[in-house]
Design a protein around this ligand. Structure first.
Ligand SMILES: *Cc1c(COP(=O)(O)O)cnc(C)c1O
Length: 370
């Protein structure tokens, strides 16, 4: 089976460096929020062109702690996309606020600024655009809307480390950027991790306290906080991955370009659309087709793994029944949940594997198109 992704091979490629780093941390006696975490925070802030980066336990916590640090909670509304991983909405609910789902652009699959506008109320406090599959949402329009209505913009950049818009990195485009270091993300570790990027000094200070039980001085607590810290081991591993992330992302881009050119010749299947001001880092490569289930079956018969991201929109999840949305409320997102299919793409993909997939599309062009 040609795998959809292959993190095992990615980490194998830097295994000796990782083992060396693990040994170094083991011998250091410092295991949580130490020198490696400091170094990682500085390097990521610098790379993304922001002043602060605050490491936490995972990407979901990055969102939760940011909302909490901004004082968003009960009675507040936060607008986000229904077409994302559940955590984008879950974080809003977790702090007691109400997620309000606005439909997405049909071409980029990201939050549509016009649809956001229709959902604004007196209670709206923030917008969480999600940089889905490695491509930034339309941040110029979203920021302009946020400025007009005095709203915060929190980027869910969990799938987009290294992505850019108008030459500026994801994570530097809003008031705060939230990243996940889950193993399969573009920048991942051998476990869970996350980070928040911002140039807002007050937010950075609140986050540094919230992640460690609401405490600035040991055993003195000014807030009810969380235990949401990054381990030194993960920081050490991430510092190694950080040296490779640009070349890994470049490899993803090259593989995507090869898929793009073959898919252009098949009218019934559409490749992902990268907006022209966006640098897309292809966390996932999703094709769009009305014959998704047939193509998925055919791919599997040919030993090619594929995956559905995402089969159920957030507004139609059982957990959100109480919000009262119905099927048909957000038609663009719902249509995407029925027509998108991810095909294998990862930085360590073998040329012969991609060739086999290209051949699959050539060979089945007629079957797929009729
Ligand atoms: C992965 C992901 C998250 C959550 O990150 P975790 O580290 O798994 O908590 C949030 N939002 C999006 C869009 C993601 O892809």
């Amino acid at each position: 089976m040609i795998p959809l992704m292959n993190v095992k091979e990615q980490f194998a490629s830097i295994q000796s460096e990782i083992l060396e780093a693990i040994k170094e941390v083991a011998e250091s006696g410092s295991y949580i929020l130490g020198a490696k975490v400091d170094e990682l925070e500085k390097k990521i802030a610098q790379k993304l062109g922001v002043i602060y980066a605050i490491a936490v336990a995972n990407g979901t916590d990055a969102l939760i702690l940011t909302l909490e640090a901004y004082g968003i909670g009960r009675g507040d509304e936060v607008i986000t996309t229904p077409f994302t991983f559940f955590a984008s909405g879950e974080a809003i609910s977790r702090v007691g606020a109400t997620p309000v789902f606005a439909d997405v652009n049909p071409d980029t699959f990201t939050l549509c600024p016009t649809k956001i506008k229709e959902k604004l109320t007196k209670r709206t406090k923030a917008i969480i655009p999600v940089h889905l599959f490695g491509q930034c949402a339309d941040m110029s329009a979203i920021n302009e809307l946020a400025n007009q209505h005095n709203l915060l913009v929190i980027e869910d950049a969990c799938q987009a480390f290294g992505a850019e818009q108008n030459g500026k990195p994801a994570g530097s485009l809003g008031d705060a950027g939230c990243f996940s270091f889950f193993p399969t993300k573009n920048l991942g570790t051998l476990g869970d991790g996350g980070i928040i990027t911002t140039s807002d000094p007050l937010l950075a200070e609140r986050l540094r306290s919230l992640r460690i039980h609401g405490s600035k001085k040991k055993y003195f607590h000014q807030d009810i906080g969380y235990n949401s810290r990054l381990d030194e081991l993960h920081a050490a591993i991430l510092l190694i991955c950080l040296k490779h992330i640009d070349s890994w992302n470049l490899e993803r881009k090259k593989l995507a370009a090869i898929y793009d050119s073959i898919l252009k010749t098949i009218p019934s299947v559409t490749g992902p659309h990268a907006a022209k001001n966006n640098l897309h880092v292809y966390h996932l490569y999703c094709i769009q087709t009305e014959k998704r289930d047939d193509i998925a079956n055919l791919l599997q018969q040919n030993n090619i793994q594929c995956g559905v991201y995402y089969p159920c929109c957030l507004h139609l999840q059982q957990a959100y029944t109480h919000l009262g949305y119905c099927k048909g409320d957000l038609p663009v997102a719902e249509h995407l949940s029925e027509t998108l299919l991810a095909i294998p793409l990862h930085p360590f993909m073998r040329t012969e594997d991609q060739n086999a997939i290209v051949e699959f599309f050539k060979k089945n062009k007629e079957v797929i198109s009729c």
